[in-house]
Design a protein around this ligand. Structure first.
Ligand code: 0X9
Ligand code: ZN
Length: 426
């Protein structure tokens, strides 16, 4: 019996990541507008999946299926777009990364019965939710867990409200931060739980706790996160099946194309079998509706909204659908640079410096329906997408860097909040 179980376990372990057999990733370095355009067209033509979008002067990383690799490479050669292989065998690499996780799990001494969240590895949803519940119970005077709805697959959608006055002092600005809308972008989650940690458990920036109220949503898309962790590593979308006749075969919507801002006009694709499907209508997804409702509930008090993504080491601001600049472009840029500078002071050696700029211009890529644009369009003056650092070799940011990224990101958040407070007072 034991031998059978063992064999079954081995078979299952082997079967994991099977769909990525023969897939490869490439670094690509477009340098001209026509290079960027060609890569953009290639997204459909060769079913390219950008794990890190290239930027002006910074290479990106793209995932390519076996059947498209030859033609893709030929086109890069013909157009003179620089490239090199990032990973020759995705399945092997993912198996290797699983082993790293296993080792971390075995060696982890940081776990303390759910009392505090470890940052030596990426945590599963239950662990993150247990932590939030623990914080709510342990610090009821300042921290409260809210469960406004269930996800499409029935998991709780949870966020944390942190306030010394139970949100009653309306003279205080409210800062909103979310993570995990794109489920494969695992690092976007611990940076948000770390903010909880810094506001409640390890309060070294007391003004952050006393002068602001906070709404922190670490896992906007729990269905997708669990699916990415246990089944399909590069899953990006939600898991809804009620959007399109093809949604049963191809579930999910790109949450960051689902907001009601020039919805489905650019940077999207009509089929749910594409990773860039915007849904059947704006806010078709309960997961994005929860964020929308938070933003509207405190709209006149929110000077700063941050949505955490990866990868790219970039701080991006509106408008992302057409690259035009908002009336507050100067404010967005200067506060963005201030956050980036502070992060750089705390960044581990060898990490790239953050780039700050308009989303569409920096990525050379237009996309409508993103949360950062929506938040700005409804009146939030400072609204940013953080593309956190990563893809140096592994597909996730190596767990040894999680805590360092959380720490540097918190420094950026502190600067952003401080600048937002000054704006709010005016
Ligand atoms: O494409 C996205 O949704 C974001 N990049 S990611 O690699 N994390 O998927 C960039 C969003 C940029 N913002 C706007 N287009 N407004
Ligand atoms: Zn993302």
């Amino acid at each position: 019996m034991k031998l059978w179980s063992l064999l079954l376990l081995c078979a299952l372990a082997h079967a994991k990541h099977e769909i990525y057999n023969g897939w490869k990733t490439y670094y690509v370095e477009p340098t001209t507008n026509s290079h960027f355009e060609a890569l953009s067209l290639g997204e459909q033509k060769y079913a390219l999946d950008f794990l890190m979008r290239p930027m002006v002067g910074r290479e990106g990383v793209v995932l390519v299926q076996p059947e498209h690799q030859e033609n893709f490479i030929n086109e890069l050669d013909n157009l003179g777009i620089g490239y090199r292989v990032h990973c020759d065998n995705i399945k092997e690499q993912l198996d290797y990364e699983d082993k790293i996780h296993e080792n971390h799990k075995r060696n982890s001494t940081a776990r303390r019965n759910g009392k505090s969240l470890p940052y030596d590895d990426y945590q599963d949803l239950d662990t993150i939710y247990e932590y939030m519940d623990y914080i709510g119970k342990q610090y009821p005077e300042i921290a409260k867990v809210v469960e406004p709805a269930k996800s499409f697959e029935g998991r709780p959608l949870k966020y944390m409200k942190i306030s010394t006055t139970n949100f009653q002092d309306t003279s205080k600005p409210v800062i909103v931060i979310d993570g995990g809308i794109h489920s494969r972008e695992w690092i976007s989650i611990p940076v948000v739980t770390w903010a909880i940690h810094k506001l409640v458990e390890d309060v070294t920036d007391r003004d952050m706790l006393e002068e602001f109220d906070w709404i922190l949503i670490p896992v906007v898309n729990p269905d997708g996160y669990e699916f990415s962790r246990t089944r399909v590593r590069f899953w990006r979308m939600t898991r809804s099946t009620d959007q399109h006749p093809d949604s049963v075969r191809c579930p999910g919507v790109d949450g960051n194309r689902n907001y009601d801002f020039f919805w489905n006009t650019v940077g999207t694709w009509p089929s749910p079998c594409s990773d860039l499907y915007a849904g059947s209508r704006a806010f078709s997804e309960i997961e994005t509706r929860v964020v929308r409702d938070v933003l509207h509930e405190y709209l006149d008090r929110i000077p700063l909204y941050l949505t955490m993504h990866s990868f790219g080491s970039a701080i991006l601001y509106p408008w992302g659908h057409d690259g035009t600049l908002s009336h507050n472009a100067l404010g967005l840029h200067t506060v963005g640079v201030a956050m980036a500078d502070k992060i750089f002071e705390h960044t581990p050696p060898g990490f790239p410096r953050y780039i700050v700029g308009n989303s569409a211009l920096t990525l050379n890529y237009r996309a409508a329906g993103a949360s950062e644009d929506y938040a700005h369009s409804i009146g939030i003056p400072l609204s940013y997408t953080y593309e956190l650092p990563g893809v140096f070799g592994l597909f996730h940011l190596d767990p040894i860097y999680i805590e360092a990224v959380c720490k540097e990101t918190w420094e950026g958040i502190v600067v952003g909040a401080t600048r937002a407070r000054d704006l709010f007072r005016k």
